[in-house]
Write a protein that binds this ligand. Structure first.
Ligand code: SAM
Ligand code: SF4
Length: 442
């Protein structure tokens, strides 16, 4: 099937409620229980693919930030966090008993949240030590990332992470405008964010990444530019810049609905702000390597976990509540609440919620969609792996995007223009199969 029958997609203007960021394809709403037996069958087959990535979800936070769309549990008692960590370790041991996982060396590990740094040193040691004894965590592991929240970090905690082999700290800064952070109920302020960078540097991480969000309510163009100027002074190895999404499940969306709070920057404004940030970062020696990332040294800072593995169809073992992973072309996702997740694991079963077996066309589209986020698609890669010429297979959306000045089609690659790269997430649905367009995302 080609994309010739798909209706046009228009660029969004106002920041309305809904999902924008595309993290996977097909949309999660299409995954279902009926595909779980396919996933179980794949687990029973010896793996053809080496190596394996690991994602571990820590769904706890000390507070709920009003803009955040992650499902998190706030101020959970230490005992229930301990119980959760034990469940994650049981889940790891359970997976290790299947032929598709057994003995496969881990290449990348990512601890995301929530707030993984909300754990105590003892809990971190229990978790990472426990994973190492249950999964083949060997010298093959070349990138271990831990998401960090300013205000939950201590020198001791960061030293323990480095000691355990974590080499990449990803710190959630969001903005350095204190008034915006305060109004959004975020406990971490600009001073703590600045201190967090110093602490992480002192601990000796190989790479320090800072997360920002362009277009938070209350942010102005001037305060955004001041934030980026100060970020440059902090000299991180890389920066991630998301464009603000007002999602259904955020506190902010409920508040916005009741009494329109602050006017939200529009999508064209957010793109302009990110463009400004990328220009400022280029001038400071950084290179934008995707729609969201600018890095200081593109040879060393590769975000291998995502760009070289997940976005290229590699297998990913995902542990913890609501986590999603991928095995042999089949997506799977865990139960999305703590009670059902714990109950399933403690009964000795895998805590699966839904799965999706992709057909070859969907696998191709998934890689096109995710790799477009890097700003380019290599024609030879897709010809070699899928036996197609992207220029013919996707002639209609590519032609349309080229006409709008959002991409160029060359002999060796398809490349997004600067405006195309900043628009990546809204243009990606043009590459969906028609029946996946307009459906709920999650
Ligand atoms: C799990 S959080 C990072 C770690 C930590 N919990 C923190 O807040 O510092 C992952 C990232 O998602 C981004 N994010 C959260 N809500 C967002 C939203 N509504 N729009 C855009 N990005 C968002 C933030 O940049 C955040 O750092
Ligand atoms: S932004 Fe981070 S700290 Fe805030 S609620 Fe979301 S995951 Fe938790």
């Amino acid at each position: 099937m080609t994309a010739s029958s798909t209706p046009p997609i228009a660029p969004p203007i106002d920041t309305e409620t809904g999902n924008y960021f595309v993290s996977n394809y097909p949309p999660f709403s299409q995954w279902n229980e009926a595909h779980i037996p396919d996933f179980m069958q794949a687990l029973g087959q010896p793996a053809h693919q080496q190596p394996l990535g690991l994602y571990v979800h820590i769904p706890f936070c000390r507070q709920r930030c009003a803009y955040c769309y992650f499902r998190v549990h706030v101020k959970e008692a230490a005992e229930s966090i301990d119980r959760y960590l034990d469940a994650v370790l049981s889940e790891a041991a359970h997976y290790a008993s299947f032929p598709a996982i057994s003995g496969r060396p881990l290449q990348h590990v990512y601890f995301g949240g929530g707030t993984p740094t909300w754990l105590t040193v003892a809990q971190i040691q229990h978790l990472i030590g426990g994973l190492k004894s249950r999964l083949p965590w060997t010298n093959h592991v070349d990138e271990v990332t831990y998401e960090c929240q300013p205000g939950t970090l201590t020198a001791e905690k960061l030293a323990a992470l480095v000691e355990l082999g974590v080499n990449r700290a990803s710190i959630g800064v969001q903005t350095l405008t204190d008034e915006v952070l305060r109004q959004l109920g975020r406990l971490a302020n600009a001073r703590e964010a600045t201190e967090a960078v110093g602490l992480a540097r002192g601990a000796g991480f190989r790479q320090i990444n800072l997360d920002f969000i362009a277009g938070l309510p209350g942010e102005t163009e001037a305060s955004w530019q001041a934030t980026i100027d100060r970020a440059v002074e902090l000299a991180p190895d890389s920066l991630t810049i998301y464009q603000f999404e007002l999602t259904h499940n955020s506190v902010l969306n409920r508040l916005q609905g009741r009494r329109r709070l602050t006017p939200l920057p529009s999508w064209p404004e957010k793109r302009r702000w990110v463009a400004w940030a990328f220009d400022r970062l280029r001038a400071a020696g950084y290179t934008p390597i995707s729609a969201y990332w600018a890095v200081r040294n593109p040879q060393q800072q590769r975000f291998a976990y995502v760009t070289e593995s997940f976005w290229k169809g590699a297998d990913l073992l995902a542990l913890g509540e609501t986590s999603f992973g991928h095995l042999a072309g089949i997506h799977y996702q865990n139960r999305d609440d703590l009670g059902p997740y714990l109950a399933a694991v403690e009964q000795g079963t895998l805590p699966l919620w839904r799965a999706y077996r992709m057909n070859p066309e969907e696998r191709l589209r998934r890689e096109v969609i995710l790799q477009l986020k890097t700003g380019s698609l290599a024609l030879a890669y897709f010809a070699g792996k899928f036996g197609i010429d992207l220029r013919h297979h996707f002639a209609k959306p590519l032609g349309e995007l080229a006409q709008r000045g959002l991409l160029t089609i060359g002999d060796g690659e398809i490349r997004l223009t600067e405006e195309g790269l900043l628009s990546a997430d809204w243009i990606l649905p043009m590459f969906y199969l028609p029946h996946h367009r307009g459906v709920r995302y999650t």
